[in-house]
Design a protein around this ligand. Sequence first.
Ligand SMILES: NC(=O)c1ccc[n+]([C@@H]2O[C@H](COP(=O)([O-])OP(=O)(O)OC[C@H]3O[C@@H](n4cnc5c(N)ncnc54)[C@H](OP(=O)(O)O)[C@@H]3O)[C@@H](O)[C@H]2O)c1
Length: 308
Amino acid sequence: MARSLLIFGITGELGSRVAQLAVARGHKVYGVSRGSNTRDRADLAGVEMFTGDKLDRDFLEKTLSKLPVDAILDTIPSINGINNIHEFFPQVKNVFLVSSTGTFVPLQTLPADETHPWREENHVNFHGKIANDKLALELFAKDKFPVTIFRPTNIIGDGRVPLDLFGARDIEFFRALRDSKPLTLPDCREILLQSGCNWDLAKAMTLALDAGDKIAGEIIVISTAQAIRLQDYLATAMEFLQSSSEITWVDADEFYKAHPEHTGLPFLRQHMCFNIDKARKLLGYTPEFTGKEGLLKALEWCKESGLL
Ligand SMILES: NC(=O)c1ccc[n+]([C@@H]2O[C@H](COP(=O)([O-])OP(=O)(O)OC[C@H]3O[C@@H](n4cnc5c(N)ncnc54)[C@H](OP(=O)(O)O)[C@@H]3O)[C@@H](O)[C@H]2O)c1
């Protein structure tokens, strides 16, 4: 059945891909962004575009709430944004919010799934996402707010510099590998990384349009099928870049003490390893790409776009 979907974050990595896939499947798509994002995006042909701030209540009331939408995707949710959707779009049958598996860490079981604890804040999990998700689920419990929370893992694929071994997305890391420069790295070789390819993640969210109200109130992890070790991730990048960099591994605690500027490192050191059976069962989702393939797609894109 054709749906009518409003996407907040339409020019983003996920929003634009969901839009392209949803239009191709015959759904009507409206898109909102402030018009400032210049990042690489998917083709938005067929999308009815609106420029404005999703937190501007006047814009929501006078323009967006009049649209005949029956589903909303917010790729960059916030407390105010969730409350606004709840207030201004009482008619919608589905509200999809993008959260993160960063809510679950540190993982107590491998692989983890949606039953893993996530509500308590700790030194490394994503407090903002936790607050959003709690609010959305409270509104579901209180008011049947038809929310489904997607929790992607680290996003990879064309259009964005992939994660580096310091926990950032710094192209200089991959340039150093390309130039076969020696590198001193925090020893995270055995850490598990489970990336989600951007097109696969978008496919999962597009499939959700066919799932109706059976996914309301659910948290769904979306990702590739399997985690890989960071040493294999690095080896894949080095092979692609024909790198002969000499790597010196340093105890990760010592490294971080000496380099606190690598603020993404504590998170990188958390295992990411998830079972995606719930997405398979509820959405009919099957990821097309592995983590290594997603990394290769990202590096190919870096080359094509002149970054590498
Ligand atoms: N990166 C990862 O590895 C990762 C992993 C797990 C989960 N996530 C989650 O995935 C989501 C990121 O999605 P993405 O990659 O598609 O983001 P993105 O590429 O950064 O795009 C964000 C989009 O939102 C729009 N936007 C931002 N603020 C807005 C506002 N106030 N009003 C209207 N539009 C606004 C931006 O356009 P304008 O700036 O032009 O408005 C842009 O279209 C986030 O929720 C993130 O936490 C990311």
